[in-house]
Design a protein around this ligand. Sequence first.
Ligand code: UN1
Length: 509
Amino acid sequence: MLGPVGVALVDGAVGLAEHFLNLIGEEWAPARSGETFEDRNPARWSELVGAFPQSGPEDVDAAVKTARAAYRGWRATPPPRRGEILLRAGLFLEQRKEELARTMTREMGKVVEEARGDVQEAIDMAFFAAGLGRRPFGEAIPSELPDKFCFTWREPVGVVGVITPWNFPVAVPSWKLFPALMAGNAIVFKPAEDSPLCGQRLVEVLLEAGLPPGVLNLVQGTGEQAGAAMVAHPDVNCISFTGSTEVGRQIATQCGRSLKRVGLELGGKNAIVVMDDADLELAVDGAVWAAFGTTGQRCTAASRMIVQRGVAADFVDALKQRAEGLRVGDGLQEGVQVGPIVNERQLRRVHGYTAVAREERATVLTGGEVLAEGPLGEGWFYSPTIFTDVRPEMRVAREEIFGPSTSVLVADSLEQALEYANSTVYGLSLSIYTNDVRRAFTAMRELEAGIVYVNAPTIGAEIQLPFGGVKQTGNGHREAGSTAMDEFTEWKSIYVDYSGRLQRAQIDT
Ligand code: UN1
């Protein structure tokens, strides 16, 4: 039995939990149904973070109507003014970085140092998005005809439904909320049910920074109820979703029927390629960080190591030693490097893949165990796990695990390593360690991914570059960077003819 002790006891004390609310316009309100769900600390499941509204279609409908009403005014607000609000939000986030990071660790488990990084990513995004308000919103383009002026302009899409995951509970929402707001959209925001408090804190910061009421509405709940209601709502113009490929596919199917715009950031099966000329110590450092950092719960996590045969044994030995030396525990404790898995379902899923690895006759070199001794028994912990003797066709080499488990594949050449790297349906982040400039540039060209790293691991994207993937990692959108507003804007092309006569394009010269 995986269940930690003490849950039943504390379940009895639910009435003592702090109750949080939705935000619809200016009003903080419970779900219409009155139902709630619990948010618990994955490192100590008996610890209740709070109870949150279990929202349904009625709550979503109220939020969408409110957003629609606020939209006109916000859309008419000059972009530099919108930017000033985002700038202030970034400054507030800076002030509250520590507090928010600790809330994050309690709520979803990542070690506090990484939680600080998560908040920092949102701060960076706030400052970046704020600056966009004073950057061009379009282009002046010459006309083929005299006395005719042409330009383009970005317009908001309207009401945007933002559905975000728990693994980057402040950073990922910031990639969506800040550019969508900068673009002049109104928003209904549903944070993941495993990180509702981080979502609420982010909303509070934006309100304090001066965002007019109604422009950003918060609806807590599950994907099945609140999320689905947003996707189905006829007056939501765009859905921006980060999560699993499976759910993304369902959302895209539904949005396709009504031709609703949809931006998807989905799964990954990222790999680090290590060539025999690489700096092996550097590669092992990168591998440990990308495979086990954030307990492997990143869409950019490296869950495959593709190592050239000549260095495979040394690499694997070093990786095993490092994995076994990692300190697993409560992310708020000093020195802990690997926090818990977010919830029991995910822990079972991760452990399930160890069984799959065994069935497929891979070797479980280290780890592969639910950790339940002493205080670890109070939460959802898993040992850093390495599978060896893995072939590219095995499920553990193809499917996203989203936990601290990584597979080592051995390749004979650069060509084979790149083929293995590209052999999944995903294409988010791929990396190569080599000191050979020819190999590096060949890899940059051939790797099928939205993000490629050379001599750095698969994690560590910075917000001023586009973020997103190819193949089934998404549907072509990129967040952040120069593309930040693309998902949330429509282009308008405007032609002004001041010649005073009819001028026919393509005909009159
Ligand atoms: C994610 O895993 O959803 O590059 C985002 C990185 C982070 C973002 C990860 N900056 O790993």
